[in-house]
Design a protein around this ligand. Structure first.
Ligand code: MF3
Ligand code: CO
Length: 252
C-alpha cells in the first residue's frame, strides 16, 4: 500500500522538506577546497539540530553519518571521514531530516570550482533528468512514467542510469512504497494519486552503469571510477502540477 497523506500530514511534510532543503544548501555552501567530508557531516548535524530535527540516516541499518557525502567516482552512501575535497572535484550531498514525525529527503551535486566540461555536462543532465521525472509525478500516471522520463534524458546524452538504487515513497518513514527506478517502461508500476509523497533521485554515471560497494559496506563507487552525479527532491502528487516540497525558499 502506498500511503496517501492527509492535509495535516502534508503540512508536516512541507515543514520537514523545507528544513531538509535549508540544511542541504547550507552544507552545499561549505563545499570548498580543503574541507573534509567529516566537517560537512558535522555542520549538517548542527544545522539539523538548529531546525529541531533529527537525521533519518544516522543509525539506519547501522549507517554512521548524519548525511552522505560522495566525491567524484562515489555514487551514493559515501561515509563522511578524512577525505579532503579538492578543486575540480564534484561532491554529492544527500541530506534528510525528520521533523515532527515526518521525513524530508533531498540531494544535490556541487562542482568545486571549474570541472571538466564532460563532468559539468553530467551535473546538468542529471538535474534535468530529475526535473523531467518530477514533471511526470501526476495523478493518474504510473510510476514508470517517471522512470522512463529520467532514463530518456540521461541516455540521450550518452550517460548511464544506476540500476541498484532507486527513489522511494517518503513520509513517516524514510523509505515507503513505491520504489521509483530511474529506468524502465512508462506502463510499469502503480498509479499515482494526490497526496502521495515521493523522493525522486536519479544516480547517473558518466561511464558504465556498473557499480561496486567498497569494503566499508556502504560507499557505492562506479566500476570504471568515472564520476557520478545525484540529485533528489521530495515531491507531492496533487490534482494538478507536482509540488516540489524540497525546493529551496532562499536562493542556494
Ligand atoms: N537518500 C538516500 C535514500 O533515500 C539516503 C539513504 S542513506 C542511509 O536512500 F544511510 F540512510 F541509508
Ligand atoms: Co532518498
Amino acid at each position: 500500500m502506498i500511503p496517501v497523506k492527509s492535509a495535516a500530514e502534508i503540512q508536516r511534510m512541507r515543514a520537514a522538506c523545507a528544513a531538509a532543503a535549508e540544511v542541504l544548501y547550507g552544507v552545499a555552501a561549505l563545499v570548498v577546497p580543503g574541507v573534509t567530508t567529516r566537517e560537512l557531516n558535522d555542520a549538517a548535524g548542527e544545522l539539523i539540530v538548529q531546525h529541531c530535527g533529527k537525521s533519518p540516516f544516522l543509525g539506519y541499518k547501522g549507517y554512521p553519518g548524519n548525511i552522505c557525502v560522495s566525491v567524484n567516482e562515489e555514487v551514493v552512501h559515501g561515509i563522511p571521514g578524512k577525505r579532503r575535497v579538492q578543486y575540480g572535484d564534484i561532491v554529492s550531498l544527500d541530506v534528510g531530516i525528520i521533523l515532527d514525525g515526518y521525513v524530508g529527503d533531498n540531494a544535490t551535486t556541487v562542482a568545486v570550482g571549474v570541472v571538466k566540461p564532460q563532468t559539468q555536462e553530467l551535473l546538468r543532465v542529471t538535474e534535468r533528468a530529475l526535473m523531467a521525472g518530477i514533471g511526470k509525478a501526476k495523478a493518474g500516471n504510473r510510476v514508470g512514467e517517471i522512470s522512463f522520463a529520467v532514463q530518456s534524458v540521461v541516455e540521450a546524452h550518452g550517460f548511464s542510469v544506476v540500476r541498484e538504487f532507486v527513489g522511494h515513497g517518503v513520509g513517516k518513514k524514510l523509505h515507503e512504497e513505491p520504489q521509483i527506478p530511474n529506468y524502465g517502461r512508462s506502463s510499469d508500476g502503480p498509479k499515482l494519486k494526490p497526496g502521495m509523497t515521493l523522493a525522486i533521485e536519479p544516480m547517473i554515471n558518466a561511464g558504465t552503469l556498473e557499480v561496486q560497494v567498497l569494503s566499508d559496506g556502504w560507499t557505492v563507487v562506479t566500476a570504471d571510477r568515472l564520476p557520478s552525479a545525484h540529485f533528489e527532491h521530495t515531491v507531492l502528487v496533487t490534482d494538478g502540477e507536482p509540488e516540489i516540497l524540497t525546493w529551496p525558499k532562499k536562493k542556494p
